[in-house]
Design a protein. Structure first.
Lengths: 234, 268
């Protein structure tokens, strides 16, 4: 693959990546400490209350993250929310190509902006499920012993199903990340220009020229420098 | 099938002395403020006069016990018709406190707390020959409440026998109490605590037909397995698809590389 472009484009700021990874840690902690209650062979993890404690501890950063994000990066938050819920014609066009895209083909995809239609849908779904899982979790936590059998069952079902939704979204998210080698976006903040051209051509084209292409030593590839944050993630 | 045991309470014989509650609390070494049994009384006006009775609130040992259904760790389990506890398994999630139709289990010191018919910590019944009850429990005796009751209102033994006895008691009581009945013969798979009531259940604050709402069953038997099963399925499907998609993607990248003239990599 000698044609791989050495040029890198910044996708995420340090703060965005930090919040993302705190989110990953708290989400996975919540997921597995929760699964301990659903999956009988794992129930030994729940005995004694260890998983419950972990669940409650992890719930706090998990719920606080969007707030922290909104405070630290108000512009990006607004942008993300608007983008996630706005679908133009090329997005619908993109969805038509989604089956092929899932199988590794980007040919024929309409050029996409900073977020492609799938990412928009992913984010929109995540926002909604996040709200659902947080509210139902809060009710289960605070309402313990006062919900009654019906209240407990209904709240827990909502909680379980929202978490099913989030898990499937996460699996898809990880899938596309590794299918299209986008992991460096969250590791170093940068992606290769080649990736950006395949997946976010419109965004790439619109980047200011001094910011879009950061070209560190090609041999270091995406690993090296953090880069200064004035560049492209905005 | 394992023998089903039960406790029965004859409210005609109960004298409301609280001996059962005290014996339970001392015998089980419950911390101050915790109890498995409360005995209170109710007085109601009936047709110009007064009607009163004692009211026992304690675990009914339902056969289809909601607390056991929702317990995620198996800390609550059924054994010989009784609902037992393995406290070291309890995570104090509190599901049982919400699920119980009789509002019985509670969380004390991060563990579920309720009557276990005085079975040991591991909840194992040790059957030994005994003329009275057909089995012995802790140290070869009956539950503390049964053993202590001074008026023989409480009994312990094989459920079938206790039920038959309770029915004949009721038949005898009907002349004085036309509404007398055995509470707990059939609901929720049959209760492991049979009560001889002298009036309709609602007079004692008991539900006439205790039920476990079907949402609870749907949650446990449909939603929970679906949530974990579908997540696992999605992960497996994506894993398989990844292999195919990765190949296609590599092929496409090679195609693009071939089409792009060397040096034509510049932006735009």
């Amino acid at each position: 693959m000698s044609s791989e472009s050495p040029r890198l484009v910044q996708r995420y700021l340090r703060a965005q990546r930090f919040i993302h990874w705190i989110g990953v840690a708290s989400f996975l902690t919540l997921l597995f400490s929760g699964i301990a209650l659903l999956f009988p062979p794992l129930s030994f993890l729940a005995a004694g209350g260890l998983s419950r404690l972990m669940h409650q501890i992890a719930a706090i950063p998990f719920v606080a993250l969007p707030l922290v994000y909104a405070v630290l990066l108000p512009r990006q938050t607004k942008e993300l929310l608007i983008e996630s819920f706005t679908y133009a014609r090329e997005d619908w066009e993109w969805f038509k190509h989604m089956p092929a895209y899932m199988l590794g083909r980007t040919r024929g995809l309409p050029p996409q902006g900073r977020l492609n239609a799938g990412q928009k849908l992913h984010h929109a779904g995540t926002f909604l499920m996040f709200g659902t899982v947080a509210v139902s979790g809060f009710v289960l936590w605070v309402g313990k012993g006062r919900l009654g059998a019906n209240g407990l069952a209904c709240t827990a079902m909502v909680h379980d199903l929202a978490m099913l939704g989030l898990s499937v979204l996460m699996i898809g998210h990880v899938y596309f990340t590794f299918l299209y080698d986008a992991f460096s976006a969250m590791r170093t903040g940068f992606v290769t220009e080649e990736y950006a051209r395949m997946e976010h051509a419109k965004w790439l084209a619109a980047l200011p020229s001094e910011g879009f292409a950061f070209a560190p030593d090609a041999s270091k590839s995406a690993e090296g420098s953090e880069g200064d944050t004035k560049s492209a993630a905005e | 099938m394992a023998v089903r045991y039960a406790i029965s309470i004859d409210l005609d014989r109960c004298i409301g002395c609280q001996a059962c509650a005290v014996a339970c609390q001392t015998g089980n070494e419950l911390p101050a403020g915790d109890s498995f049994i409360t005995v209170s009384d109710t007085v109601q006006s009936r047709g110009g006069g007064l009607w009163g009775s004692f009211v026992h609130h304690r675990c009914f040992h339902c056969d289809a016990a909601a607390c056991v259904t929702v317990c995620p760790t198996g800390a609550l389990a059924k054994q010989n018709g009784l609902t037992v506890i393995e406290p070291e398994k309890c995570t104090a999630c509190g599901y049982c406190t919400d699920a119980c139709p009789f509002d019985v289990p509670h969380i004390r010191d991060n563990r579920v707390s309720k009557c276990t018919a005085c079975l040991g910590a591991r909840g194992r019944i040790v059957p030994v020959p005994d003329a009275r009850a057909g089995l012995l429990l802790r140290d070869g005796q009956e539950p503390w409440c049964v053993e202590t009751c001074p008026s023989q209102a409480l009994r312990f033994g094989e459920r079938e026998r206790l039920l038959a006895e309770a029915k004949s008691r009721v038949a005898a009581l009907r002349s004085r109490y036309p509404n007398a009945a055995v509470y707990g013969e059939t609901p929720l798979g049959g209760l492991g605590l049979l009560m001889i009531l002298l009036d309709r259940p609602d007079a004692y604050g008991l539900p006439a037909k205790p039920v476990v709402p079907s949402t609870l069953t749907v949650w446990q038997d449909v939603v929970q397995p679906a949530a974990s099963g579908l997540s696992a399925l999605a992960a497996a499907a994506m894993g398989l698809m990844f292999i195919v998609a990765r190949r296609q993607h590599a092929r496409e990248k090679a195609e693009i590389a071939e089409e792009t003239p060397v040096g034509g990599q510049d932006h735009e």
